[in-house]
Design a protein around this ligand. Sequence first.
Ligand code: ISE
Length: 336
Amino acid sequence: MSILRIGVIGAGAIGMEHIDRLQNKLVGSKVVAVCDINEANAKKAADAYGVRIERDMHAVICADDVDAVVVACYDPAHAEAVLACIARGKPVFCEKPMATTKEDCKRITDAEIAYGKKLVQVGFQRRYDKGYLQLKQFVESGEGGAPLMIHCAHRNASVADNYDTTYAVYSTAIHEIDALHWLIDDEYISAQVLIPGSTRHTRPDFLKDPQMMILRTKKGVVIDIEVFVNCRYGYDIQCEICCEDAIIKLPEPSFPIIRKDAMLTRRLETDWKQRFIEAYDVEMQDWIDSSLRGEMNGPSAWDGYVAAVTADALVKSQTTGAVEPVLTGETPAFYK
Ligand code: ISE
């Protein structure tokens, strides 16, 4: 098989972008079928990219000409789609979150282990970002000594009206949750959220913004993540790792530095899709290549489970204010 024939479940914003990159930018893939509970979305994809519309996710997953599946639908429907792919033995790329409850995530890891082969890759694209890869390489080189603290900021200019306090974890900090334990090859043991006064640009009864999230790891690293989703000025991702002998910081997106009117300025991204566009491409290409080779390389179903358990502990702390344990249990040998 030199071309991976793909079915896409969900053709909303991110689904449509994935269809575009699979059809027009990446190598070795062809989208053959799509479905969306919103028929207009499916029709738009069918018209723009010449793909067949199927009636629902199961029709996509079971189609004989679909070798592999991209899940980009409504978050609560992810688990059903991923489980159905595993049942058919088809590789699946699932946008984050892999599932909306840790119980469903566990169901997925159990099903994959029972199937006996990795089939799932979760859409944690930061692992494919050049800057994060440079951080990881530096930490692994041992040049800076052991990591001690990590300071992060995840800032969005603004968010949609339905974005509430829990989304700050489930939709936003979830990226740091996944990327940071991978960066330092460590495990979370506890989680806490500190909530300062909210910005005037939010309705604090619905969305407390900003929030400060604290994670501690097994090796003793303390991580702080500022999530500020009404920061107004742009899309800004910061990550600084303080090690024993060095400090390393995530590079800024590359824009020229302009000197004008007695000012030194540099543009910022305004949008997360643009900020991580290359990472999305590399991530999806890796999924295509590994699916064609019959293996799975990227963030695994276990990583999806760890993210869900950690996120739940943070969300619990949003209400209790307490330090909550992160209880993922032993990593199964299958995922080591
Ligand atoms: C969104 O879902 C993302 O994935 C973005 O990376 C994040 O910055 C944003 O806050 C989320 O809502």
